[in-house]
Design a protein around this ligand. Structure first.
Ligand SMILES: C[S@@+](CC[C@H](N)C(=O)[O-])C[C@H]1O[C@@H](n2cnc3c(N)ncnc32)[C@H](O)[C@@H]1O
Length: 288
């Protein structure tokens, strides 16, 4: 964290995300994720254009389906610009979705109009939107929760949205992700702009780390749109033991845990250093 702190001062001479969060100190819930996604929203799809949801869901969904998804009502929590629910519309799901960032939701709405019921909502205080056959929260959205207490709150909200026999699926980044992607610089040049991700974590980041990375955009020519000043992404690593305990506290029964790396070969057991992501499948516990 010492290295991160030095870099932060260099990267955010005028405060940047730190200034935003200082503004929030008196608030009940830190707004790091909302601030970061309001900033990245205009270029999010460009920066993540290589994410292959057909491959990912093609491997993940059969693992969920084998536990028996009772119907086709889906709630996508932390839906972003819709990249995670659009493949589900194509699979015949009736979708409700929400995200903490109104700009991300607005982009999703431009893509799907009223085919999806969209809400701006914080998963730490998730309303009950209905009774869903599948609730999912994907692409490390839960890692933006910065403590176990917030994770339990979010999982409890997801459980309350499950209909009879409904299933929950979510992924978390492993320690490997915080020791590599969050410790590296990634530059993507596309559509007249340079998008720079600067990981501020370290290759020896410990379990439970809160890792930071800054993201900024510079236009390379007149087609590149306005610059986006550096904004901080903060994610917390959750170990398997922490996730399993949080699931139990939230009234959920864990059915399966998988790990996979970028080529999406799902394996058991989850290995924090060999896999990039952990995937959890759960349902409401009998007593809840
Ligand atoms: C990496 S993006 C993934 C978006 C989408 N699920 C996808 O696969 O493209 C993480 C998303 O989680 C959202 N998020 C982070 N914290 C949240 C919270 N507390 N409540 C709701 N959404 C949140 C962010 O705004 C962002 O859109």
């Amino acid at each position: 964290m010492a290295v991160g702190a030095t870099l932060k001062t260099e990267l955010f001479p005028n405060g940047g995300g730190l200034k935003n969060v200082a503004r929030d100190e008196g608030e009940k819930r830190p707004r790091w994720a909302e601030i970061a996604y309001e900033a990245i929203a205009p270029v999010y799809d460009d920066f993540t254009a290589h994410h292959d949801y057909e491959l990912w869901f093609g491997r993940l969904l059969p693992k969920v389906e084998r536990h028996g998804i009772p119907g086709r009502r889906l709630l996508d929590v932390g839906c972003g610009t819709g990249k995670s629910f659009i493949p589900m519309l194509e699979r015949g799901y009736e979708v409700t979705a929400c995200d903490i960032s109104s700009s991300m939701v607005e982009i999703a709405r431009e893509k799907v109009g009223d085919r999806v019921e969209l809400h701006v909502a914080d998963m730490r205080e998730l309303p009950v939107f209905g009774e869903f056959d599948l609730v999912f929260c994907v692409d490390d959205a839960v890692n933006y929760l910065l403590g176990v207490e917030e994770l339990v709150q979010a999982l409890t909200g997801m459980r309350r949205n499950l209909g009879l026999g409904g299933l929950l699926m979510f992924d978390v980044n492993t320690l490997e992700a915080y020791q590599t992607f969050f410790a590296e610089e990634v530059v993507v040049e596309r559509d007249g702009r340079r998008m720079t991700w600067k990981g501020l974590s370290t290759p020896d980041a410990p379990p439970g780390t809160i890792a930071e990375a800054s993201f900024e955009v510079e236009p390379l020519d007149e087609t590149g749109g306005p610059p986006i000043p550096p904004e901080l992404h903060r994610e917390r690593h959750f170990s398997e033991a922490e996730v399993l305990a949080a699931l139990e506290q939230a009234g959920l029964e864990c059915l399966d845990v998988f790990g996979h790396h970028h080529e999406v070969i799902l394996q058991q057991p989850l290995d924090e250093l060999a896999h990039a992501k952990g995937v959890y499948i759960a349902r409401a516990a009998e007593a809840s």
